[in-house]
Write a protein of this length. Structure first.
Length: 192
């Protein structure tokens, strides 16, 4: 079953009744959520194509556009009358939104690492967002470790690299490279 069909079947609709203290609120429609989810997926695919072509800044813009469309899918934005504990999206639909969101943040972290003047703190933030949604995401763990290494947090980087190696059931060449770099950096800082 397509993701958009799940949305159509699973969305909980709530009436947008005005309350004495609040003006009437626009009711989220299933169509609006479907459109935003489809647009998010298109933006992500376009971002992936741009990234693969080496066009990092345009890819970053596409990933940000994707996140804006995903935000529009969230019940707390489309149906504020429900509040933070409202019914909102069905779990299956929310899972689709979370999956695409995690992929986007992971791709943004990868893009930032390719930038000449990388904001490593932002890489850590994006990786943390991925890990909140997908705690066993090896790529996010690795990117977070690389960012910490480049900020001089060698022990922290080593911890995340070791966790990534365990999740992956063994290091790949890049993980091994950064583990070796962390060990060298720690060794040289201990000699001082």
């Amino acid at each position: 079953m397509a993701d958009t069909e799940v949305l159509s079947q699973k969305m909980v609709e709530m009436p947008a009744a005005p309350t004495p203290n609040k003006p009437p609120v626009r009711r989220a429609s299933i169509e609006t959520i479907n459109e935003n989810l489809e647009q998010a997926k298109i933006c992500k695919q376009e971002g992936n194509a741009l990234y693969n072509d080496g066009q990092i800044k345009p890819a970053i813009r596409k990933y940000h556009q994707c996140l804006l469309h995903l935000r529009a899918c969230q019940a707390r934005y489309d149906m504020p009358q429900l509040g933070p504990g409202g019914l909102g999206l069905d779990k299956e639909v929310q899972d689709v939104v979370d999956k695409v969101q995690a992929e986007c943040y992971n791709n943004l972290a990868a893009c930032l690492l390719k930038q000449p003047k990388c904001d490593y703190n932002r890489v850590v933030q994006y990786s943390n967002k991925v890990l909140c949604l997908q705690p066993n995401n090896v790529k996010a763990m690795f990117r977070k470790a690389v960012a910490h290494y480049n900020m001089g947090n060698y022990r922290v980087a080593q911890t995340y690299l070791n966790d990534a190696v365990k999740m992956r059931k063994g290091p790949d060449a890049m993980m091994k490279k950064y583990l070796d770099l962390c060990a060298e950096a720690e060794s040289s800082s201990n000699k001082k």
